[in-house]
Design a protein around this ligand. Structure first.
Ligand code: C5P
Length: 283
C-alpha cells in the first residue's frame, strides 16, 4: 500500500510548516478524527502523546511504509496508538503522518477502534526530529506532560506509558524508559569498508538501550526543538536534545517488548509476542 493524498478530510490539512505556530487547539494544524472538542480543563491534566510515523522504514525491506506494515493483521501505527490510548494518563494522541499520506492515515485510524481518545493527524517532516516538532505544534498549550512515542514500537506495555507519564508529573523534566544491554558494546572508528579499529569498550553496566515513549514537560521540549531548529542540531531521540542543551534526563525501567521494529527479524519477533498476548491475555 502506498501513501497517497486525497480522500476524506485531506483538503482541510495545512502543511504545518509555516512560521505561525499556533498553540491554540482550535487552530492547530491537525485533523481531529473525533468530532468532540476536547475539554481543555480535563485534558490539561492528561498527557498528550506525539507519534512520529512519517518514516519510510527502508531497513525493513521493500513494501509499504513501516507504520502501515501489518502485525497480526493490524498496522504497526494502529498498535502504537492503541498502546498509548490504553493509558488512563493519556488524553490526546497526535500522529505525524508522511506529508503525502495524511488522508490515508486519517481513514486508517478512523477504521480502528481507539478507546474514544482524541486522535489527530498532522503532516510529518523529512526527519524524525522535524516530525516531532510539527507534532508538538498540534498539542494544546495548556498541556503539562507530553510523551513522544515511535510508531515503530507497537507493543509497548501500558505500564511503561504510565510510568513515564507519572515520572514527569512527579517533577522530572525529561524521562526515558530503557533496558540494560545484553551485548557488550564497542566504540569504533567507522570505515567505509574493511575492519573497523576499536577505540574503547564502555563499561556495560553503565549502558542502557533507550526506548519510547519518552516523557517531557511540554514547554521544555518545545523550547529544545525550537533551539535545535535555530542551531541546526540533529539528534536521534528527543531526550538527546534536552541533554545537549544542559537539561537533566532520568531513566525509568523500560520493557523488552517495547523494542523497535526496524529489520525483518523484528517483525517475526513482534508477531510471536502478539500471538502469545492474544493466546494468554485476550489482547
Ligand atoms: O528511522 P527510525 O526507525 O529511527 O524512526 C523512528 C520513528 O520516527 C518511526 O516511527 C518513524 O516513522 C518516525 N519518523 C518520522 N519522520 C521521519 C522519519 C522517521 O516520523 N521523517
Amino acid at each position: 500500500m502506498a501513501w497517497r493524498n486525497g480522500g476524506r478530510g485531506s483538503t482541510n490539512v495545512q502543511s504545518g510548516r509555516g512560521p505561525a505556530r499556533s498553540r491554540n487547539p482550535r487552530s492547530a494544524r491537525a485533523i481531529p478524527i473525533t468530532t468532540e472538542e476536547p475539554n481543555l480543563n480535563a485534558s490539561a491534566q492528561l498527557a498528550a502523546a506525539v507519534v512520529p510515523a512519517a518514516g519510510r522504514g527502508e531497513r525493513l525491506g521493500p513494501g509499504a511504509p513501516k507504520a502501515l506494515r501489518e502485525l497480526g493483521g493490524v498496522p504497526l501505527l494502529v498498535h502504537a496508538v492503541r498502546a498509548l490510548a490504553r493509558s488512563r494518563a493519556v488524553g490526546l494522541v497526535v500522529v505525524c503522518a508522511p506529508p503525502d499520506g495524511v488522508a490515508e492515515v486519517v481513514s486508517l485510524l478512523d477504521s480502528h477502534g481507539l478507546d474514544g481518545k482524541d486522535v489527530r493527524v498532522v503532516p510529518g517532516g523529512a526527519s524524525r526530529q522535524e516530525s516531532v516538532r510539527l507534532g508538538l505544534a498540534a498539542v494544546p498549550a495548556g498541556t503539562r506532560v507530553v510523551l513522544v512515542h515511535d510508531a515503530a514500537r507497537p507493543l509497548v506495555p501500558v505500564e511503561v506509558v504510565d510510568a513515564v507519564a507519572a515520572a514527569v508529573r512527579a517533577g522530572a523534566a525529561a524521562v526515558v524508559p530503557a533496558v540494560p544491554l545484553a551485548d557488550t558494546v564497542k566504540r569504533v572508528e567507522p570505515q567505509p569498508s574493511g575492519p573497523e579499529p576499536v577505540l574503547d569498550t564502555p563499561d556495560r553496566s553503565t549502558l542502557r538501550a533507550v526506548q519510547t515513549p519518552q516523557g517531557f514537560d511540554l514547554p521544555g521540549l518545545v523550547a529544545a526543538h525550537e533551539r535545535a531548529l535555530a542551531e541546526g542540531a540533529e539528534v536521534t531521540d528527543d531526550a538527546g536534545l534536552i541533554e545537549r542543551f544542559g537539561g537533566r534526563v532520568v531513566v525509568v525501567p523500560g520493557h523488552e517488548e517495547a523494542f523497535k521494529v526496524t529489520r525483518p527479524l523484528d517483525l517475526v519477533l513482534a508477531e510471536a509476542v502478539l500471538a502469545r498476548r492474544r493466546a494468554t491475555d485476550g489482547y
